[in-house]
Each structure stands twice: as C-alpha cells, then as structure tokens.
Design a protein around this ligand. Structure first.
Ligand code: ADP
Ligand code: MG
Length: 699
C-alpha cells in the first residue's frame, strides 16, 4: 500500500481527530484505504425523475419533483405527525414524517418546488412517502455525483455526532478527487481480459459514484471477483504447499481388518456413492502426501460406515485412528455403532468424553501411548494435551460445522508426521460455503441414500387439525410404529418453552392413556441416567411416543420410529428441522414428518416450512437456509472469520465465486510459485493480503 492510502483518516479534510476516532470505533475504519473500501450497501437511482401518476407501492426508492403545499401537523401527542402534499402536473401524493417534525417543518417552504426521494407506500388506497428526503432541484442538479447516489452504513452513535451517510459520501468524494490517489492493479492483464474486468481504480470510483447502472454492475463484479479470488488463491496455495511440504503417512496396503470387515461383518451392501468415496480416500492415503478431505453427505447417507472403513485401512498399516464428534450424545452413538460393527473382530475401541471418569481417563491415556487402543472415539476431550497417541494415522472429525479451524489443527499436532484428516459434515453445507470454509480440502460427496428407503412425507398442519393428527398417530401405533414429538427449547424463552413441553406431555398422556399407550419424555433438564433410561425404553419399543426437545436432534437411531411431529415448527431453523426429520425414515416403513405451526408466521418462517414440505434434499435445504439467513448466521461460521467479506455475498454470488476459484486454480496450475512477470501484481498483493487477512490456517 502506498503512503497516501495508509494516511490516517484524521488528516482528511472535514474529518479531524475526534471524528476519526469515532470512525475507528464504530466502523473499524483507520486509513484512507479503509474509507475507500467502505462500500455503499445500496444506491439510489436519482438519474430519473418519476411522474406522480407513475408511482406504485412496490417501487424501490425513487424521486419525484413537485410543488409542496398544505404543510401541517396532525394527531395528538404520541401519534403526532407532519404531513404535506406534493403535486405535479399528473397528480398529488402525501409526504409524512413521524420524527423530527419541528425541524423539518421550519426548513421547508410551501409553494416551492422540491425533489422528493423515498420509497412509495400504499396507505388508505393512496400512495404516500414516509420520511422523504427533500432537496432543492437546482442544488441536486449541480451535484453531479447525486445522479446515482450511494448509501453507506453508519451507526446511531455516528448519527448522534453528525456523521451520516452524506458525510461519508462527501469524504469519499474528496478522496477520489485527490490527485495523489493511486491504486495499484492487483490482477494480471490476462485475467482482466479473460473476465472483462474493470481496472481496480476505475472499479473503486464507479462502485461509489457510478456513471450509470451498467458500469455499477461491472464495478461490483470486478470487486467481488477480486475478493473471492484472493481467498481462493490463498486456500489453494495451502493445498499445493501441503502436498509439497508434508510427507504424509503412507497407508500402502489394504489388509486383514478392512477385508474381513468388508467380506464378513458389513451388514449391508455399500451404496455406489459410499464405494466411490472410499476409493477417493484410499487413493489419497496411499499416495504419500497427507490427506485432507471433506466428506459431505445428507442425513442418513451412511457416513459412519465410511469413517469406520477408513479407520480400518489405517489399522491395517499399523497405525491408530480417532474419531471426534461435537457432542457427547453423538460420540456415544458413534462408539456404540462402531463397537457393535466390529464386535467379532480384534479391534480395540475406546470412548473418551468429558464424562469419562478420571481413573478411566488415566487408563486410556496409558493404553493409547502403549498402542493398546486402535480406535478412540470421543468429543473435544480428544484434543486435550494429555492425550498422546503412539502413532496416530488418521483423525476423523464429525463436524456439524462446530469445530473451529484451530481445533482441527490441534489434532494435526498430535504426531511428528501429521495424520490424515477426514472431515465429515453432519448436514450438507452449500457449495459456496464449502468452497470457502473448506476450500483447501479435497471434497467427496455421498450423494445417494441406501437402497429401499422410502422418501419421508412431510406435511404442514395447524392446531385446528390436532384431533385428526392424533387419530393418525393412533393408527400408526396400532401398526406397531413409534412416534417422536418434539418441542422447541430456545434459550431466550426457556421457561415458556419448558412449560409448553410439560403441558404438551400431560395433554398427550390424557389423549393417549395408559395402559393402552406408553408416553415417554426426555429433555435437557433431566440427569444423564434418566435420559438414558427413557431413551432405552423407546429403543426397546416399550414406549409408543417419545416427547422430547432437540436433545434427539443428532445421532439417535430408532428405525421403528416412523413419525416425527414437530410442535411450533415455525420456531426451528431449517437445518435443525432437516436433522430432526432425519430421525425417521430409517426403516423399511413409510415415514412421516408433521410440522405443527400456528397461523402467525414471519415471512421467513413461512419460507422455511415451505422448503421442508417441498424437498427432502439436504443440499437444497442448505442452499435455502443460506439465502434466508445469510452466511453470518449459519452455525459455526461466524467465528471462523472467513466470512468477513466486504462486498461479495456467499448466498448470492455463487457464480462469481466459482469463476474466481477456477481462475485461481488455473493460475496455480500454470504458475504455482507466481514467478512469471505478468503475475507480479498478484504475487505482490498476495503478500499484503496474507498479512492482513484475519484468519489463521489449519497447519
Ligand atoms: P449419516 O450419514 O447421517 O451419519 P449413518 O452413518 O448414521 O448416516 O447411517 C444411517 C443408517 O443407515 C444407519 O442405520 C446405517 O447402518 C445405515 N446404512 C449405512 N449405509 C448403508 C447401506 N449401504 N445400506 C443400508 N443401510 C446403510
Ligand atoms: Mg452421522
């Protein structure tokens, strides 16, 4: 970065030390460079003046020109508002202010022509504009940059101190007009030509003050491309380096354990997808470099057995393996599943979690170092410093995107030679997110469910159908099926939710009376052994209905349960709903998911429920979730820092991301060290970027 760009903001005309400090605190803007990269969140097209007759309620921000009249205050204290009329030759609209009336009233003059900006609303079958911005048309015409006007984020504290979007706009304009401003190009000519990209300097100018909407789109494209490109370049360079630097543990042979499991103990035929993924893993681990692979697969696609067979490959070569899960319930479940799958084989499996007794822990630590444990299953307890393997060959991380990059890294450090790492996501994640969060990993996808599964039927019902639903449940129970009934337990309203759960349970017991029916209950406030007792009763088929909170979200596997009823389904997130639904449909019977909701739903909740009814495909659900909530909200992504994007949007800019990644890959294929002269701008910027980007890396 050159000196001008790194000048502190206090030195910009109109800012000064006090405002600079505020900009720093509120928006993390320190230098001229930072301010230029504080992009508008939206633009208002002021290049067109609409006629009043053309206005419609669904229009975005627009402007109209007219004569102001009939300025008056209406309502009583509390409902007070300022109202005026604006008239052109085609009609009249009302302008309304609920705040700041006094000041506004004093500053406006009747019978004068104004340009009014704002968003048209429908009110009593008429169009009005609430809180319009009024300008003198002469003034506006003189300010050329107002034609397509940028809008900038500012905080309440800034506004209180007189810094608003207009002030920011002015400062940026001042900077852009400064003759000392220079900005080095960061992409090669070849990439710019290939993708028809604007130059960097031009893109920065146009993204703030576009000459027209078409150039604005080009400027956005250029800057988004660049942002994605450098993230991808960084991730892909790690991948290249890792292959070059690390001699992985070579797992050359398929031996006794793998073969005997495959031929004698595997209780089902593997799906083609499972076979393909195992092959991909096998190719990695025998190649001599260190594997880092992400396995994605929908709920129920059979990731566990793929994990187990990969671990058996490891054992066959004289190494140990471990599998880490995000919760104790899940670790337990894996331990039980794996132990039972290998029960007739000479494989020593142990479980290590927070609940493991101190004495047992000591025994495990010793046995692990002596090489007397082959597979260790557990939670975060696995990455404590006391845990030392004799020779760890493979670490499997079952993620549910809950482990941070650093935690994954701790597993790698457990050996002089890093073990192979297999990351498995419990629910699918959208492609763009995978490319960003796991962009340095190779990816495998299990895109096929085991044969014979009938797709789960999902329906949405309201309270008015409750009796009919109970009738349906009784019918299912008479056929020998079991039922889950899940209540939300959301932290903020925990008391209320708990009350609902207990009331629901009591109501259900009346509706399904003993001795004909047995209803069980599990929730987070019960002791571990009580939960376990109830779960075991359900697993053994002694209870017909299990009332539960989301403690059963992951890991529970009762194939005879064929109905999942989710109460207040509008309160759940999409991936949670999908996980819950995944608890049924595990046996041969037709399964159902019934979403109970009340009529009062937010637009977003409505969309979530609709998505659930429309599709069983976890990948589609993940995409919808990303679009609805935005990447920052997705579980486990916020702390990763990877999503600190300034302009690009992982939910919307899928195509640009794919192009940027392909471009970065092609570049590294041709010039892995970025040594050629035409790639000098990239190498230079990459160095700066590497230093400033916030997130650390796995190794
Ligand atoms: P997930 O991918 O959600 O972790 P699991 O590994 O728990 O899925 O597998 C779900 C269920 O499907 C388990 O009961 C498992 O035994 C079974 N399963 C896995 N693979 C197959 C297969 N190829 N054929 C039949 N059943 C399978
Ligand atoms: Mg699983």
């Amino acid at each position: 970065m050159n000196d001008f760009l790194s000048t502190p903001l206090a030195y910009l005309k109109g800012i000064g030390p006090a405002k600079a400090e505020l900009l720093q605190k509120e928006l993390s803007l320190f230098t001229f460079h930072d301010l230029l990269f504080h992009f508008p969140y939206r633009h208002i097209d002021r290049s067109k003046v609409y006629k009043i007759r053309e206005l419609q309620a669904d229009m975005p921000y627009i402007q109209v020109k007219g004569v102001l009249s009939n300025l008056r205050t209406l309502g009583t204290k509390g409902t007070e508002r300022l109202v005026a009329e604006l008239r052109d030759e085609t009609g009249m609209i009302e302008l309304v202010w609920f705040q700041g009336h006094k000041w506004i009233k004093d500053s406006l003059k009747s019978n004068q022509v104004y340009l009014a900006f704002g968003k048209p609303n429908a009110f009593n079958n008429q169009i009005n504009i609430v809180h319009p911005n009024l300008d003198d048309p002469e003034d506006a015409a003189n300010k050329k940059y107002l034609h397509i006007m940028p809008l900038y984020h500012c905080t309440e504290r800034m506004k209180a101190r007189g810094i608003d979007a207009k002030a920011i706009m002015k400062w940026i304009n001042t900077l852009l007009l400064d003759p000392r401003l220079q900005m080095a190009e960061t992409l090669s000519q070849e990439i710019m030509d290939d993708h028809k990209l604007l130059g960097r300097m031009q893109a920065i100018q146009q993204v703030h003050f576009p000459s027209n909407l078409a150039v604005l789109a080009q400027a956005n494209y250029r800057l988004k491309f660049e942002e994605f490109f450098y993230i991808q370049l960084k991730l892909l360079r790690y991948k290249v380096k890792r292959h070059q630097l690390f001699n992985g543990i070579k797992l050359a042979q398929i031996g006794e354990q793998f073969n005997s499991f495959f031929h004698e103990h595997l209780p089902f035929e593997l799906t083609n997808a499972q076979k393909r993924v195992l092959k991909e893993i096998r190719l990695d681990v025998k190649a001599g470099f260190q594997m880092n692979r992400l396995v994605q697969g929908d709920v129920g696609s059979g990731k566990t057995v793929v994990a187990l067979m990969s671990m058996l490959m490891t054992l066959d070569n004289g190494y140990q393996a471990c599998m880490m899960a995000p919760t104790e319930i899940l670790a337990n479940q894996h331990f039980i599943t794996i132990s039972s799958l290998v029960k007739d084989m000479a494989v020593r499996v142990k479980l290590l979690t927070g609940s493991t007794s101190a004495k047992e822990k000591r025994l495990i630590y010793a046995a692990l170092e002596a090489g007397e444990i082959d597979i260790l299953v557990g939670t975060h307890a696995l990455i404590e410093s006391k845990v030392n393997f004799k020779n760890l060959g493979m670490a499997i991380v079952d993620e549910q995107h809950r482990f941070g990059v650093e935690q994954r890294a701790r597993l790698w450090q457990k050996n002089s030679k890093p073990p192979h790492v297999l990351v498995m996501t419990a629910t699918p994640i959208p492609r763009t997110l995978a490319m960003t969060l796991y962009g340095d990993l190779d990816t495998s996808i299990i895109d096929e469910l085991p044969a014979g599964r009938k797709p789960i039927q999902t329906i949405l019902r309201y309270d008015s159908s409750r009796l009919a639903i109970y009738g349906f449940l009784k019918n299912e129970i008479s056929k020998g099926r079991q039922i889950y009934m899940v209540y939300p337990l959301i932290e903020e309203s925990e008391k209320m939710d708990y009350k609902n759960l207990v009331e629901g349970y009591e109501g259900l017991c009346k509706e399904f009376p003993e001795p004909k029916y047995q209803v069980g209950i599990v929730h987070g406030r019960m002791k571990a052994h009580e939960k376990d007792f109830e779960m075991q009763r359900f697993i053994r088929g002694e209870t017909n209905i299990l009332v539960a909170t989301t403690v059963i979200e992951v890991g529970v596997n009762v194939p005879n349960a064929s109905v999942m009823v989710i109460e207040s389904a509008q309160k759940f997130g999409l991936s949670q709903l999908h996980q819950l639904r995944g608890r049924v449909g595990r046996g041969a019977e037709q399964s159902y998911c019934i979403l109970m909701s009340d009529f009062k739903q937010s637009a977003e909740a409505k969309q979530r429920l609709k998505t659930m009814v429309e599709t069983n495909d976890g990948f589609k659900i993940a995409e919808a979730d990303l679009k609805l909530r935005g990447p920052g909200q997705l579980e486990g992504t916020a702390q990763s820092g990877v999503l600190d994007l300034k302009i690009a949007d992982l939910a919307k800019d899928t195509e640009i991301l794919a192009q940027a990644r392909n471009t970065a890959q092609a570049l590294l294929d041709k010039d892995p060290e970025l040594k050629s002269p035409e790639n000098a701008p990239i190498l230079n910027y990459q160095r700066i970027y590497q230093k400033t980007a916030k997130w650390g890396r796995i190794y």
